[in-house]
Design a protein around this ligand. Structure first.
Ligand code: FES
Length: 216
């Protein structure tokens, strides 16, 4: 009788009913695993849209500050834009004795203090960035004036774009000592693109106050 039942259950087109159910069950598990993996990858991958911190910010060059003027604040991108030229006399931006090269160009400076992560601000009365938490001070280009900050302010990678928003060859951040150097402003630049997902840590240069014997 049992044999008859097995026979009845069995073989239709080469596989038994039990085998067929196993296949269905296995396929369901595989499909579920694939869906779960896909969702996990989608969730973990960074998805930054233009204009969101972590992504690109495209800004008109009209919004750049004048050379050696106070920095332009870009709150959504959490950075300052500075326009530097040490060939021009300025209270805000002067070369230090250990700087042999002129400092020329635009830089995008991260708004977080390199000491313990407070948000510092530009203090117009003193012509420098000052951190309210423990008193670190920075020059217009982000170099440390006073500690306890361990290094200069971090910078984001930048690229100048033409009027059609195409990248201008050679007008992008270059690494010098693994730090983004300022980028000279090309004549045909219409926009600047700042990548807030690409940041380099500031350099640990000597404090500027030490050159003037004014460190606290
Ligand atoms: S967090 Fe800025 S000085 Fe400490």
């Amino acid at each position: 009788m049992a044999n008859a039942a097995v026979s009845a259950e069995a073989k239709s087109g080469g596989i038994s009913r039990r085998e067929f159910l196993y296949y269905i069950w296995g396929a369901s598990i595989a499909l579920y695993a694939a869906q779960f993996s896909g969702l996990l990858i989608w969730f973990l991958l960074p998805r930054f849209r233009e204009g969101e911190f972590g992504g690109l910010f495209v800004i008109s060059v009209d919004e750049l500050p004048e050379v050696n003027a106070e920095p332009a604040n870009v709150p959504a991108g959490r950075f300052w834009l500075v326009n530097l030229d040490t060939r021009q006399e300025s209270e805000l931006m002067k070369k230090a004795p250990d700087e042999s090269e002129e400092i020329i160009g635009v830089a995008a400076i991260y708004k977080v203090c390199t000491h313990l992560g407070c948000i510092y601000a530009w203090t117009a009365a003193n012509n420098r960035f000052e951190c309210p938490c423990h008193g670190s001070k920075y020059r217009l280009d982000g170099r440390r004036i006073e500690s306890p900050a361990p290094r200069a302010l971090d910078r984001f990678r930048m690229q100048f774009l033409d009027a059609d928003k195409n990248p201008i060859t050679g007008a992008e951040s270059e690494l010098v000592n693994d730090f983004y150097a300022p980028v000279p402003l090309p004549e045909n630049a219409a926009f600047i693109s700042v990548d807030t997902g690409d940041r380099k840590m500031g350099l640990s240069q000597p404090l500027l106050c030490s050159f003037a014997n004014e460190c606290p």
